[in-house]
Ligand binder design. Structure first.
Ligand SMILES: Cc1cc2nc3c(=O)[nH]c(=O)nc-3n(C[C@H](O)[C@H](O)[C@H](O)COP(=O)(O)OP(=O)(O)OC[C@H]3O[C@@H](n4cnc5c(N)ncnc54)[C@H](O)[C@@H]3O)c2cc1C
Length: 181
């Protein structure tokens, strides 16, 4: 992710071939994706180069290097870390390495985003913001992304909006009741 942020415009391209396109998540099929499709890597590189500054021959050469480095002796298994990697590249791929060799090829423009900060203000069950003494700060409520203390290393899917709805409702009810602590 850090490497993507260091690219011009903080954007990168993910390239897939027909073997793995069916494995892509639904997000890749929404209408607003930045996408290129072609029947050869040369053509795909040229299409990407028309959308942004891109050295198309360098991209083709990089893909050829990647294809030659794939450990085809290890079976591909997308359901586990399959150790099917690359050999001899400066930036190795450790699992799920597949040659880009089956048309049509698809490229998706990607960037980085923050799903959760995993940090924020402490609140009680009534969505009142807690001060350093652990007690509620009068008249201050919080809900949604700015609430902390709910998630740590990871989060169950859908809980961002659920927490926003639950604490938002609590904050509204308690502010309306004048329950200010
Ligand atoms: C890529 C991505 C995917 C996600 N997928 C899921 C998912 O599948 N399920 C799920 O539950 N959650 C998901 N989340 C998390 C979820 O979107 C957030 O938890 C939720 O949107 C937070 O809502 P919020 O109202 O607290 O904050 P936000 O949605 O960030 O709203 C804050 C608003 O305040 C505005 N604002 C900021 N500063 C000011 C200011 N000074 N004056 C006026 N307005 C201001 C902003 O413009 C923004 O509109 C996802 C998040 C991301 C980024």
């Amino acid at each position: 992710m850090g490497e993507v942020l260091r690219q011009p415009g903080q954007c990168a391209w993910q390239i897939f071939d027909a073997k793995v396109v069916p494995l892509l998540r639904d997000e890749y099929r929404i209408g607003k994706v930045t996408k290129a499709r072609a029947d050869s890597i040369d053509e795909l590189a040229t299409r990407i180069a028309t959308m942004e500054t891109m050295d198309a021959p360098a991209l083709v050469a990089e893909i050829e290097r990647f294809n030659a480095a794939v450990d085809t002796g290890t079976p591909f298994d997308p359901t586990v870390k399959d150790s099917r990697g690359t050999r001899g590249l400066d930036v190795p791929k450790s699992n799920w390495a597949n040659r880009l060799d089956t048309p049509p090829f698809e490229a998706y423009g990607v960037t980085c985003g923050i799903t959760f900060t995993f940090g924020g203000l402490a609140v009680d069950a009534e969505a009142r913001v807690l001060g350093e003494d652990g007690g509620p700060i009068p008249g201050l409520f919080a809900a949604g992304e700015l609430v902390g203390g709910l998630y740590y290393f990871n989060y169950p899917g859908g809980t961002g909006l659920t927490s926003g709805a639950v604490f938002g409702r609590q904050a509204g009810i308690n502010a309306g009741r004048g329950n200010w602590g």
